[in-house]
Design a protein around this ligand. Sequence first.
Ligand SMILES: Nc1ncnc2c1ncn2[C@@H]1O[C@H](COP(=O)(O)OP(=O)(O)OP(=O)(O)O)[C@@H](O)[C@H]1O
Length: 323
Amino acid sequence: MDDIVTEHLSKSYASGWPGRPPFVALDSLSLVVRRGEIFGFLGPNGAGKTTTLKILLGLVRATSGQAYLLGQPAGDVATRRRIGFLPESPYFYDYLTAEEFLGFYGQLAGLDRTAINQRVTDLLGLVGLTEARSRQLRKFSKGMLQRVGLAQALIHDPELIILDEPMTGLDPVGRKQVRDLILSLRDCGKTVFFSTHILHDVEMICDRVGIVMKGRLVASGRVEELVRQDHTQSVEVVCQQLKVEGNAFIHSLATRVLQQGQQCLIVLPSPDAVDAIVGEIRRQGGRLLSVTPHKASLEDLFFQEATQQASRPLPHMTSGRAS
Ligand SMILES: Nc1ncnc2c1ncn2[C@@H]1O[C@H](COP(=O)(O)OP(=O)(O)OP(=O)(O)O)[C@@H](O)[C@H]1O
């Protein structure tokens, strides 16, 4: 079962200037988030992440394309009750205590007093804020606020949880706490869809990832699969007692050659040339010390896509209506 499906989702914003074409924030974005998985929606600033999330939640209307959540069209009111949402910059009522804040959202969700009390206790425990139950939110750190915000998104025990940049602005400890929370939500059978521009968080916890750049989904899949697709995997060969200067054969195969004293580092663009280089090192009387494949990371893939997208002109609509 798929919890989120988007089909050719596009969104253009009116430019606000007469004669200037609308700005295309989303360009035919199709993705699928499966039940019970953690899906990271990764992209740089302005890529269209928040726009996508707002469309999913029915807060913004797509210019074209379809979006379904839990099998129903995005914006469906009954389905909204089964979804939890943490916005990028949530507003906190400073003078409420954590308990009052969550109680307020419990009331909005239509829970009765007994259910609210139980839920608030459970959630404060889950997010590690039991001790701060009666403390006003104005006395909370940023990390604590983010965790109470997450508790707010979970007050009605939703099946699908959508989080907009939940780790942004947190220190490493705060980020780990939020990551652990997301993992524990998956353990409880929830589906989590979160946007971020922090690669490390995606690599650490996501089952699958979608990379969005300039409104387009440029890659999607399991992190290992995406990285494997990347053919730029390089290999570092380290050897001794080899004079590389003037060796045209080595220079023709290597992307980088560094001689430091007796030691020499040869970087190859792919594993294909390893045999030839090792043979040449031996022929020249060198001593092979190590051959280390450099596994391409999500970061490499991200930057590769970013560089390609940067050379693409900004999307503008030439016709059609923006809303
Ligand atoms: N209401 C709006 N009117 C006009 N342009 C908008 C509007 N909302 C967003 N945009 C533009 O659409 C593009 C995508 O914005 P969006 O907020 O979806 O990106 P994002 O990936 O969430 O970025 P960030 O990580 O900075 O929050 C940006 O260029 C933004 O300036």
